[in-house]
Design a protein around this ligand. Structure first.
Ligand SMILES: Cc1cc2nc3c(=O)[nH]c(=O)nc-3n(C[C@H](O)[C@H](O)[C@H](O)COP(=O)(O)OP(=O)(O)OC[C@H]3O[C@@H](n4cnc5c(N)ncnc54)[C@H](O)[C@@H]3O)c2cc1C
Length: 342
């Protein structure tokens, strides 16, 4: 189903609570892929509106996205959005990815340009901007796919602070067929709210899905903010810096800060959906969802069970492993001990 249709249904009533979704990236190892399928499947019990899987241009990892989207859509039955970049790639790879998504029932594509090569050379390929990929998808598939586009509340680094220019190109992507916007991560709620008002004034009407990055460690928090060239508000630094060497405290305080940021943007009425960059982990995202009262303790407990709850009324409250698990060669604890492996 299309993400915009799901959003409309979920928010038919203005009182409906915010919905949410999870981003995952393609793991480097086969074991990592299997671990991630288990995690996606379990996190789906939290009832996200959809999940999405990032794209890596070049090498095995780009075809891995296609394979994973096929598995999550076909085998796991998860509503999936496939990221697809268009520069530095053969047209055939793009065609194959779109056809595979089409065949597997995936109806959502986040159409991206991709970053230029790290060595500073010119990008290659049939497309120059995400805009061209959107037009291409439309020309081949009409309205079959719901097309997501990337938005930058604090500007794209290549636009050198020219916000009007970034918004103008965002509008061009909407006008070419973009159906929803997924944003770059941010921590400054005020800047984000201001940007939402500006894009609406510029005639951008499609839903905005804010990218929320949980805070797990102090070093990762600073590193990601630096990579993305986003502003860190003063109160984040004041509350995190004194505890920077204690990971558990940083996660707890960081969670509280992100919860406050989410509450603020929802209360401002600019968004009704939150998109979490899970980094393929679940704890930090879960803590935020729990703090926002978007999932219950029971849902989290159920999610942690290594089997699906019985629908049989006589067995619905069982909290011990069903008998067939005894035949497994390794225990659940052994098999899942490295579930955080990326
Ligand atoms: C939510 C999100 C998810 C992402 N997922 C991935 C991923 O899975 N894989 C990956 O490799 N990267 C991913 N990226 C990173 C993305 O590929 C880079 O940020 C890239 O530099 C820009 O992609 P874009 O689609 O925004 O490009 P574009 O919209 O094409 O914009 C790129 C730059 O060109 C300018 N521009 C746009 N159109 C025009 C035009 N017509 N004329 C002149 N200038 C123009 C823009 O203002 C901007 O500065 C993601 C980014 C976001 C925000």
């Amino acid at each position: 189903m299309k993400i915009t249709d799901k959003l409309s249904h979920a928010h038919a009533s203005e009182q409906a609570p915010p919905t949410f979704s999870f981003e995952f990236f393609t793991p480097k190892t086969t074991q990592g892929v299997q671990n991630l399928y288990d995690r996606m499947d379990r996190m789906y019990n939290l009832n996200p509106l959809f999940i999405d899987i990032t794209w890596n241009a070049g090498g095995r990892l780009s075809t891995l996205t296609t394979e994973m989207v096929n598995t999550t859509s076909t085998v796991l039955g998860l509503e999936t959005c496939m990221h697809l970049t268009c520069t530095n790639m053969d047209l055939k790879l793009i065609d194959d990815a779109l056809q595979s998504a089409y065949d597997s029932g995936c109806q959502n594509i986040l159409a991206l340009r991709g970053d230029p090569p790290l060595d500073g050379s010119e990008s290659t390929g049939d497309f120059k901007y995400a805009l061209h990929l959107i037009k291409y998808i439309k020309s081949k598939y009409g309205d079959h796919f719901n097309i997501g586009i990337a938005g930058y509340p604090e500007g794209h680094p290549e636009d050198e602070g020219d916000q009007a220019k970034t918004i103008e190109f965002l509008k061009a992507k909407q006008d070419a067929g973009g159906d929803f916007i997924v944003t770059q991560m941010f921590y400054d709620a005020d800047r984000f709210i201001d940007w939402c008002h500006k894009i609406r004034e510029a005639g951008i009407t499609i839903p905005v899905i804010p990218g929320i990055m949980p805070i797990s460690t102090y070093a990762a928090f600073l590193r990601r903010a630096k990579w993305s060239e986003i502003h860190i508000p003063q109160h984040f630094m004041e509350r995190l810096t004194p505890i920077k060497d204690d990971d558990a405290k940083v996660r707890e305080e960081g969670t509280q800060l992100v919860i406050e940021m989410c509450q603020r943007i929802v209360e401002a009425g600019v968004v009704n959906h939150l998109h979490f960059y899970t980094m393929n982990l679940e704890k930090a995202t879960l803590m935020i969802l729990e703090g926002l009262n978007l999932v219950s303790k029971q849902q989290i407990t159920d999610m942690k069970q290594p089997w699906r709850k019985s629908l049989n009324p006589n067995r619905i409250n069982e909290s011990v492993r069903p008998i067939f698990w005894k035949n497994r060669k390794f225990t659940y604890i052994q098999r899942t001990s490295n579930w955080d492996e990326p």
